[in-house]
Design a protein around this ligand. Structure first.
Ligand code: NDP
Length: 272
């Protein structure tokens, strides 16, 4: 039976084994998927050991996504753009690094929430690893505008420098939270503020009528960001859909089969 795993530290909380087991059952694929706790100073050795045991691929989570870039012998365009790897494929040509987080976010917005991104004004809060990973997939959907706002403005500016040419003239821009102007159709919280129950200091005026607000974090109850957005009329989504969709992208990469995500998402939601 083909073997896959997720590497992280800590890893006990990971929902990936449950998600991939559900995908495998649904698509009739015979595979095994487990959690692997990699030592903080032993990620590369842990991956090599898994390959030696016959592993076919792996997911990578905190804190190894940057180290996985170095370990991979080849990177996909989206992994290179994200500067991070969350999916490894162990092929005859070596270790290939990909990043499915951004594609997962976009699939959740476009397919699950039913909100097309083409021609929309998108506000991305944050310029850390998660935010960087979603910029290319967002731009591939041709939004009219992508504003990246971050507490440390220089980090948002660095992303604009990296991606401006891909967005087209004037599409991508950067600012601090106090420099956000106008309202937006899609507002994505990619900051880590929700982890400490904080709200990025944004004005209610960013929420356009009928907009979608998405927090990359997920929890049993809405984050402070989603509560704030809900009070100002936004349609709400948390990061659970992104999690399931990034897994579906990885599954497709490994098995060449597209799993359906709706039921898996519902099951996970019921267990939060
Ligand atoms: P990073 O540490 O790489 O980046 C953190 C970002 O949040 C930076 O932009 C930082 O700003 C900003 N930030 C941190 N604290 C605050 C605050 N109190 N107010 C405003 N901005 C703040 O983290 P990641 O990018 O890896 O993770 C960000 C979020 O995305 C987390 O909540 C994580 O759980 C979630 N995530 C969800 C995934 C999913 O599948 N659903 C996948 C990956 C991540 P500055 O640059 O100024 O420090």
């Amino acid at each position: 039976m083909d073997r896959y795993c997720v590497f992280g530290n800590p890893i006990a909380h990971s929902k990936s084994p449950e998600i991939h087991a559900a995908f495998a059952a649904q698509t009739g694929q015979h595979l095994q998927y487990e959690r692997r706790l990699a030592p903080l100073d032993g990620f590369a050795d842990a991956v090599r050991a898994f390959i030696a045991e016959g592993g076919k691929g792996a997911n990578v989570t905190v804190p190894f996504k940057l180290e996985a870039v170095k370990l991979a012998q080849a990177l996909t365009i989206r992994a290179r753009a994200a500067g991070a790897v969350n999916t490894l494929v162990f092929s005859d040509d070596g270790i290939i690094g990909d990043n499915t987080d951004g594609a997962g976010l976009v699939a959740d917005i476009v397919n699950n929430a039913g909100v097309p991104l083409a021609g929309k004004r998108v506000l991305l809060l944050g310029a850390g690893g998660a935010a960087r990973g979603v910029v290319l997939p967002l731009l591939e959907h041709r939004p009219a505008q992508l504003v990246i706002a971050n507490r440390t403005v220089a980090r948002a500016e660095a992303l604009v420098e990296q991606f401006a040419a891909l967005g087209g003239e004037g599409v991508v821009s950067a600012c601090g939270f106090d420099g956000i102007e106008g309202d937006y159709d899609v507002i994505i919280n990619g900051t880590a503020a929700s982890l400490s129950a904080e709200l990025p200091p944004i004005s209610p005026s960013v929420f356009a009528p009928g907009c979608l607000a998405l927090d990359m974090m997920y929890a049993a109850s809405p984050t402070v960001f989603l509560q704030f957005a809900g009070r100002h009329g936004a349609q709400l989504r948390d990061g659970l859909g992104m999690l399931v969709e990034q897994a579906a992208e990885a599954f497709k990469l490994w098995r060449d089969v597209q799993p359906a995500t709706g039921e898996v998402l519902q099951t996970l939601r019921a267990k939060l």
